[in-house]
Ligand binder design. Structure first.
Ligand code: MN
Length: 254
């Protein structure tokens, strides 16, 4: 009798131990799962506005844009806009917003967001719109629309170049599409862009050219027009066509 009781106690004790072990394991699993989700959320937050790698080597745009200019322009200027933009939006609703939605409401936010958010976005758009040995605009919808809008491709180039050459001080030249699907050439001061609510003309950017002195000064010094002429040898038209096709599909036209 006594030994049976002892066995019962041992079995019960063992089961109780097993149960508490399983419960603990489940707790740990739950904790890990929660933490994993939390970490993932944090990661997606910090990675949301990423400083994308340059799509080519520093010297890939030679001889039109020299290696040192690209190195400093991307690694120092662009990087600084990105870092300052990240600190300007830290702890605000903007951390979870799309950059285009921030731009749509830019007049409501501090000027540091306008300058550094613009600087961050415009530069990424500029780099990705260029490539070594930039090509010729492929025949298709965009080339037809350019001819229809500007009279000829040469006339479009002339207008875009002029927008860059005559932008007083620092800024950008743009080819955009407005909400009716019409193309237009434009230029913005500082780090503004046509996605911002403060821009007089608004549209979806298709191509941009940086005409800040830091974009050309080391090689061209005061000769901005020479840099503007050289820019045409670097345009990544395949990318511009892709942007145009996306813009046609985008919500803004509906
Ligand atoms: Mn720049």
């Amino acid at each position: 009798m006594k030994s049976k009781l002892i066995i019962k106690i041992i079995v019960f004790g063992f089961l109780a131990f097993q149960f508490s072990f399983i419960a603990k394991t489940q707790d740990t699993t739950k904790y890990l799962a929660q933490n994993h989700t939390k970490n993932q959320k944090n990661m997606s937050t910090t990675n949301k506005f990423e400083f994308r790698p340059l799509p080519f080597e520093y010297d890939a745009l030679e001889p039109f844009i020299d290696k040192q200019t690209v190195e400093i322009h991307y690694g120092k200027h662009h990087r600084a806009y990105y870092d300052k933009f990240m600190s300007a939006i830290k702890g605000t609703e903007m951390e979870m917003m799309k950059i285009t939605d921030i731009f749509k409401n830019i007049s409501k936010y501090p000027v540091a967001v306008r300058n550094n958010g613009g600087g961050y976005y415009n530069h990424t758009f500029y780099w990705e719109g260029m490539k070594p040995k930039g090509g010729v605009l492929p025949k298709g919808k965009l080339s037809e629309m350019i001819t229809k809008t500007f009279g000829s491709f040469e006339e479009f180039k002339e207008q875009f170049s002029e927008a860059g050459k005559t932008r007083f001080g620092s800024g950008w030249a743009w080819l955009c599409m407005d909400d009716k699907g019409k193309l237009f050439v434009y230029s913005t001061p500082n780090q503004d862009n046509p996605l911002m609510d403060i821009s007089e003309r608004k549209g979806v950017p298709l191509l941009t050219m940086d005409v800040w002195e830091h974009a050309y000064y080391l090689k061209y010094q005061n000769k901005r027009p020479d840099y503007v002429d050289a820019f045409w040898s670097l345009v990544n038209w395949e990318e511009v066509v892709k942007r145009y096709e996306n813009a046609l599909k985008s919500e803004s036209l509906k």
